[in-house]
Design a protein around this ligand. Structure first.
Ligand code: NAD
Length: 366
């Protein structure tokens, strides 16, 4: 079998396999063809891939010769029927690219569709990349803020620690909490899922609670849409806390839906000039009413940074984590001869498959 690793286009700096991941495949007699320059933006040059056991090739050769093609985004080119592609396609947000791939007869797996079970953690690209995003969001906020994060007591006076408010205590929010605490800020965290209260407390954060949240077991641990009454109470409480905050980091998402608006324009108007909002949910509409995706704007002296692509701004380690996730996923599908077994009876593999034999097979997507 031959695996192809693609160079991503546009602003994307990550690559899905680094040189250190190649030996896993070489040991199984699997050839890895890497598109020239694929790892450059992650600081892994072509020569390091060759030293790691990979072969380099032009994109057209990779697409033609590889049986299994790996990338983050799907290639724009039309691929030969029956080839397998593994990517991270956010299909619940936009189904059209998957329909195209299905019509071309590709077998496609999207690693952001994995179930959030303990066993799936090793292939959980949502978690690995959210960890990076939560960490980077705090660093960006700290460098943007006109003040310090930690408390300072010196002969030049005492400086109070910054207050950080985090909305959404999923993987990104909890990592943001841990990072902000390490930098010495006081951190408050809000989530509709009361289950995260203990985790927030154990990381040194204060949990802000609104009574009466809908928390459905059927949602598999994910948040669900809340009632109008709850949203109203929540908006009031968030405004109260945002007014005191120097930094607000928002991470709230509902899979397959527009992100909930948690910071109204009116709340921003009440925030301190110089304060910073980092909106990690920008690509799905944003948690702040004023967020513009992939842009930084200023409103009444408050900076609002809409960025859902922070993982790409830490490309070396984000790619290292992705490489491990992809390798673990492929391992689940390999038979004893190092060939892909598309019929493997593994829930993680099956739930991640989007299309096969020309049709969409994924129940969530259907
Ligand atoms: P996510 O990116 O889907 O959402 C981020 C957070 O925003 C969540 O905590 C969610 O509850 C919260 N949120 C949604 N709507 C909100 C609202 N209106 N107000 C405030 N907060 C709101 O989250 P995620 O990091 O992908 O995690 C989703 C679930 O998966 C969690 O239960 C998490 O513990 C679980 N998880 C499990 C595993 C595993 O076992 N493999 C790995 C990672 C995450």
């Amino acid at each position: 079998m031959t695996i192809g690793v693609l160079k991503e286009g546009g602003e994307e700096k990550r690559v899905v396999l680094l040189p250190e991941h190649i030996s896993f495949f070489s040991k199984k007699n699997i050839k890895v063809l890497v598109e020239k320059g694929a790892g450059e933006a992650s600081f892994s040059g072509d020569n390091i891939y060759v030293e790691g056991g990979a072969e380099l090739a032009d994109r057209s050769v990779v697409l033609k010769q590889a049986d299994l093609i790996l990338g983050i985004n799907a290639p724009a080119e039309t691929l030969e029927k029956g080839k397998v592609f593994i990517g991270i396609l956010s299909p619940l947000g936009d189904k059209a690219p998957v329909e195209k791939l299905a019509s071309e007869g590709l077998v496609v797996y999207s690693l952001d569709m994995i179930p959030r079970s303990s066993r799936a953690q090793a292939v959980d690209v949502l978690s690995s990349q959210a960890t990076v995003a939560g960490y980077k969001a705090v660093l960006v906020a700290a460098s943007k803020l006109p003040g310090f994060f930690p408390m300072f007591m010196s002969a030049s006076g005492t400086i109070k620690p910054s207050k950080v408010l985090i909305l959404g205590a999923g993987v990104a929010g909890l990592q943001a909490l841990a990072t902000a605490r390490k930098l010495g800020a006081i951190v408050e965290v809000f989530d509709v899922r009361a289950a995260v209260k203990e985790e927030v407390k154990s990381l040194g954060g204060k949990f802000v609670e609104v009574e009466g949240a809908k928390d459905e077991a059927s949602a598999g641990g994910y948040a669900v849409e809340q009632s109008e009454e709850y949203k109203h109470k929540q908006a009031e409480l968030i405004q109260e806390h945002a007014r005191q905050a120097d930094v607000v980091i928002t991470t709230a998402q509902i899979p397959g839906r527009k992100a909930p608006v948690l910071i109204q324009k009116d709340t921003v108007a009440h925030m301190k000039p110089g304060s910073v909002i980092i909106d990690l949910a920008a690509s799905t509409g944003g948690n702040c009413e004023l967020t513009v995706d992939a842009e930084e704007i200023s409103h009444g002296g408050v900076s609002i940074i809409g960025n859902s692509a922070f993982a790409s701004s830490v490309p070396a380690d984000a790619s290292k984590m992705l490489g491990k996730n992809y390798t673990n996923f492929i391992e689940m599908m390999l038979d004893e001869n190092g060939e892909m077994n598309l019929d493997v009876e593994d829930e993680i593999v099956q739930l991640t498959c989007l299309c096969r034999d020309g049709v969409i097979v994924n129940e969530r997507l259907k």
